[in-house]
Design a protein. Structure first.
Length: 385
């Protein structure tokens, strides 16, 4: 089968790219090993803080308006506390914004993106299937599939996650740093209203984030050393609820666990070169960063937006795998990715649990940032992506 563009991976980044190309002249194939999980009772423990820019992109591709507004929580305020007396607060009102970001369930976005793809006549969704071989020459990419078929395309996009098969097959180097930490995620009902406020604590045992969900509920992400993460996962529901409430200074009163907690390993992935002949990367295949900033998925959505804009602007006589187009995409994304990875990694190093001796410096830094308008505005821009 011949296509203009083949996307390997239909997670949030890959599916949003395909949706952005929907209705265009480009013939697009999307390969994915499994379909999104069906909606279940309760709340998805994996949530994302979607930045205003990423939200605009989802609106442009027709996805945002189909999401259940009753399952989206706006963040109007953000409070960050150090492991001492340091504190830094942001307000959407003070920043002239409607909201700092929106908290959205991963599964909610994933299912709607797939429904959007099903409505696009120029998009073929191959699921379940996976790539098994890759050959690239001057004229085309040829991708052998586990199902036995072969796809031919002008451009191959790797959107297949941090352990990207496409990246490995293309010989694109990935520099990986393991943090020795896990992100423990869970949702809780809270005794007191959160008032659309996100809270983050830089603690001696890691970075704890409370993110508002609709109603009197919060999503929790606790980035913590692996041994402590396993300890948290071993607790029963009541004990975990008490531990999380105490770690958050009981700001929302008693907490009640809504579903079992889960955890995932944390790492930094830098990919010096995003593109090769007739091939490029987006999303976690192109970069990964510590979740303390909440920007991982936003970088993926903006990768998809940038690449889609360049492909949609391409004259009909130009090749979708044009090397100049791919170099331009890589250059356009480099600055933001490097900046966010560097700042987020620097904050993780500054606040990591092993460096208790830096406590005075980092708490002074939080208080100083709150008192200097220029630095404060810069941090607000970083916080909202």
């Amino acid at each position: 089968m011949r296509f203009d563009i083949v996307i390997v991976g239909a997670g949030l980044a890959g599916a949003s790219l395909a949706a952005a190309l929907g209705g265009s002249r480009h013939r697009v194939a999307v390969i994915e090993g499994r379909a999104p999980a069906p909606a279940a009772d309760g709340w998805d423990s994996r949530v994302y803080a979607v930045s205003p820019a990423a939200q605009d992109f989802l609106r442009q591709i027709g996805v945002w308006r189909h999401l259940d507004a009753g399952r989206i929580a706006p963040v109007q305020d953000m409070v960050i506390r150090g492991d001492g007396s340091g504190e830094l607060a942001f307000s959407a009102w003070d920043s002239g914004l409607e909201r700092l970001c929106s908290i959205v369930e991963s599964g909610l976005m994933q299912r709607e993106l797939w429904e959007t793809l099903k409505r696009q006549a120029n998009v073929t969704l191959l699921c379940p299937d996976s790539p098994r071989s890759l050959a690239i020459d001057a004229d085309a990419v040829r991708l052998g599939l586990a199902s036995g078929g072969t796809l031919e395309a002008a451009l191959l996009v790797g959107a297949d996650g941090a352990d990207s098969w496409v990246r490995t097959q293309a010989g694109l180097r990935a520099d990986t740093l393991l943090y020795g930490e896990m992100g423990v995620v869970a949702n809780f009902a809270c005794e007191r209203p959160h008032r659309d406020t996100a809270r983050q604590w830089f603690r001696a045992d890691g970075v704890l984030a409370w993110l508002p969900l609709p109603g009197e509920r919060i999503a929790v992400v606790w980035s913590t050393p692996e041994a402590h993460a396993r300890e948290l996962l071993a607790l029963d529901a009541d004990a975990l609820s008490r531990r999380v409430a105490a770690a958050g200074e009981n700001r929302l009163g008693a907490l009640r666990l809504l579903a079992p907690a889960a955890a995932f390993p944390l790492r930094l992935i830098r990919v010096p070169r995003l593109s090769a002949a007739r091939l490029t990367l987006i999303g976690d295949a192109a970069h990964a960063l510590h979740p303390l900033s909440g920007h991982g998925i936003n970088l993926g959505f903006l990768d998809a937006r940038e690449l889609a804009q360049r492909l949609l602007a391409l004259p009909a006589w130009r090749d979708s795998g044009d090397a100049r187009l791919l170099r331009g995409y890589a250059r356009a994304r480099a600055e933001e990715v490097v900046l966010l990875q560097s700042v987020t990694h620097g904050l993780q190093r500054l606040f990591r649990p092993q460096d208790a001796g830096l406590s005075l410096l980092r708490n002074l830094g939080l208080n100083l940032a709150g008192s200097l308008p220029v630095l404060r505005n810069m941090l607000i821009r970083y916080a909202i992506g």
